[in-house]
Ligand binder design. Structure first.
Ligand SMILES: [Zn+2]
Length: 243
């Protein structure tokens, strides 16, 4: 199955309401995916003059778009959500869902799947996604970017980033410009070990994605708890000194 066939099939199975696409008879190849079609919709009904993805279209001189490509282009949910699709299901994912679905992808997919991530919540991913069949190493489409995600390696990196994030800001981890006082609090030895690994990945799409999916609400709760504990300990120490 092609990328849009998988997403279309997943959409139908998921129960998400899909737009009605009127098809007409045509003997051509789909402008977007290039497959031979006997029915399709004239492309002007599907893409606007703002359409900029001509470079990925497999049949640029085509006049019609197939049912599957038309439907996924017209389904708003596929632009305003991250998604993971198989022929049997389609998961619309929020930012805070990504950690679970990326690292435990075996729980959600079997066979061919596609994955699209959005940060603009308006750009098309669907027809630009690569079809994957390996849950250990797969290709993520993130709007204009596409990259390989090696799950085991990324998990190791993610755990390190998460550990750092409990002390540093995303910005510090992203740039490598850390506050010295925080490094001292984190522990110099631990910091050096982790920064050594992080620095090999800094400025890659994968690294940026991992930083992006860190759950700040979860983090803030843990940090608040730590600060509270720290304060209580100090208070106890002071009281002990007084006695
Ligand atoms: Zn098509």
């Amino acid at each position: 199955m092609t990328n849009t066939e998988i997403i279309y099939s997943g959409l139908l199975a998921s129960g998400i309401s899909i737009p009605v696409i009127e098809l007409e008879e045509v003997k051509s190849n789909c402008l977007v995916c290039g497959k031979p079609i006997s029915k399709g919709t004239t492309y002007k009904k599907i893409v606007s003059s703002n359409f900029t993805d001509w470079d990925i279209c497999k049949n640029k001189s085509g006049t019609h778009i197939c049912k599957e490509c038309s439907t996924v282009i017209k389904t708003k949910e596929l632009r305003t959500n991250n998604f993971l699709a198989t022929k049997d299901n389609l998961y619309l994912l929020k930012k805070n869902d990504l950690e679970e679905y990326l690292f435990n992808i075996d729980k959600y997919v079997s066979g061919d799947f596609v994955i699209g991530i959005t940060r603009s919540f308006k750009k098309h991913n669907s027809y630009r996604c690569k079809v994957n069949n390996n849950t250990n190493v797969f290709i993520i489409r993130e709007e204009d970017k596409e990259y390989v995600f090696d799950r085991a390696n990324m998990k190791v990196l993610y755990d390190i980033i998460w550990d750092m994030y409990l002390y540093f800001t995303k910005d510090e981890i992203q740039t490598g410009q850390y506050q010295i006082s925080k490094i001292q609090e984190y522990g110099l030895k631990r910091f050096k070990k982790h920064e050594e690994i992080i620095k090999r990945h800094r400025n890659t799409h994968q690294f940026d994605l991992l930083l992006y999916i860190l759950n700040s609400e979860k983090r803030n709760k843990i940090v608040e708890e730590r600060i509270k504990k720290h304060k209580e300990e100090k208070k106890k120490q002071k009281q002990a000194q007084k006695q």
